[in-house]
Write a protein that binds this ligand. Sequence first.
Ligand SMILES: CSCC[C@H](NC=O)C(=O)N[C@@H](Cc1ccccc1)C(=O)O
Length: 658
Amino acid sequence: MSRRDVRGSATWDLVEEYFRRLHEPVMGRPHKLLEPSCSADGSRIAVTGLVYDELAGLPRQACFLVDGTDLRPLTGPSGSSRQPRFSPDGTTVAFLSDRMEAGRFQLYLLRTGQLGEAEATPAVPAGTVEYCSWSPDGTKVLLGVAGLGADLAGGQGSGTTRRPKEELPDWHPRVEIGVTEESWRSLWIHDLAAGTTTRLSPEGLNIWEAVWLGPDAVVAVTSPAPDEGAWYTAVLSRLGLDGAVTELARSEVQLGWPAASPSGGRLAVVEAVCSDRWVVAGDLLVSAPGAAFERVDTGGVDVTATQWIDADRLGILGIRGMETVAAVYDAVTGKMTELWSSTDTSCGTRYPEAAWSADGRVVLVEEGYSVSQRVVVLGEERVELAGIEHSGTEYVLSVAGKAETVTWSAPDGLRIEGILCLPAGDGPFPLVVNIHGGPVWGYRNLWSMSSPWIPLLVAQGYAVLNPNPRGSSGRGQDFARLVFGEMGGEDTADFTSALDALVERGIVDPTRVGLIGGSYGGYMSSWLVTQDQRWAAAVPVSPVTDWYSQHFTSNIPYFDALFLDGNPEVPGDKFHSRSPVAHASKARTPCLNIAGALDRCTPPTQAQEFHQALLEHGVESQLAIYPQEGHGVRAFPALIDFSTRVVDWFQKHMPARG
Ligand SMILES: CSCC[C@H](NC=O)C(=O)N[C@@H](Cc1ccccc1)C(=O)O
């Protein structure tokens, strides 16, 4: 076996066994729940479940009805089905499925309580439906449609939506010609009575997200161009069913999560410093009928999801430091009532998400590092419904150690927080610092910290620190802004000071400290090894290592220009001075550089540049580029291969045991 091929090695077998023990007990059934939805009266709850039928590829998605403590399939095993949404009268579930053509989602309607196939609605031409929502009167469904070939955000895996197969010879070049018809995102309306699906948004207006604004209009985040970079300057617009488009609000930062009360009288939108599309946590702006938007005092909560419960009450979910908070805001009294908050558990994937019933109860999929997922309804009392608990989750819990919140001071006195996952036994432990992407995002207490290789590392004897440095969400917009124009600046010391603090507390062995991180976390892992030689090993995943070439090869050049607050054409600019490749001569840390060949957000050449720069300076380095992966490594068996290499890299350079 060559050194390049790790299949069949002892670590591969260990890692494969770990994933088998985790997933095999629920093959064919959901191992993860997301996108909770409930009928207005709260009597019916549905979720999307991720299902493996075998340990291969990505899980398929399927919709499930929550029936007490059971999950009843709403959709069959062909293709993927997701986003179940109840009609306002609760009699019909709308969902999206690609059962007719892989990767191309269309709207289906299913009468609840009736047996039989869901009804397919007319296919949206040359597009895939990304989201849907019922009109308040239940007569129509709004569809957000991406062209076949539109860019996907980094948080969606990067790459593009699936293009129709072209019959081209093998020698044919891959041709890029900038924006084309298929790059756009548009809005369509399915009319139930007429059985028709027609386009609403005009040509030349890109729609990133949209919801109904009363029965006769929608409110959308829009831009005049469809490229990912255009999202950062998108505005809030009203689109009338009569075709009129009016701008409602714009911001110096980003806008997301628009929501309107059923009559369309009140509006809410989140204004936030964002580094990624769909990764929005920030200030809540609310408008009363006929009035301008006003900023709401959320009591320190960065809002990540909203839904109008009725004409005056807005359901809110968000993060406050390490806490996840669910609350109801009364727009008449201006009062905010918290329903639930927790640091031991959270909910949602990228950020907390939930659904509200008309009586003000909130439905969410709760989970924590030591708590497997369960559907809960929170109101005056707490009701626990179906959960994902089985011998596989028991096994993970038995090896995952425990998670606790830690805080430390950066050199400038700023308090920084993180979640530390600790193995059983006494320290000092070898430590892996796991740096999050964004940079504007934040860790919260989630099952396996959302990365299955974290309990795996803990099981080998490593402590894993998940820090929320300056720039993270959950501590208000001023804290998020601290990384603006400052990437690789003051945030650098937020990680090195964590190391100092954990060593001083006797938790960590200073000779065995390593780094891992994806995306911006990949950038920071590469950057840190050029700034401090104490790191014994690093695994930058989907990194940026050269902001200059990133700008000219990535599909989000607007992001780096904005967040570096610089200009790639200027010699000595932060595009150069903050690039790890420009400092590779200072690095001594062995690096395992990982990338996905299909990544358009942080192209694989970024990992390759750093790898070559390290080799040039005599530093041990490996490069692994996964041919079928995008932004991150997600599909089996690539995930087993990746996890194997990670464990081996840390065991080689900073062994945990023996
Ligand atoms: C460093 S270049 C671009 C990296 C990217 N940020 C801006 O586009 C990034 O770090 N993305 C994160 C975003 C994310 C965070 C949490 C959950 C989902 C997505 C990433 O891909 O990890």
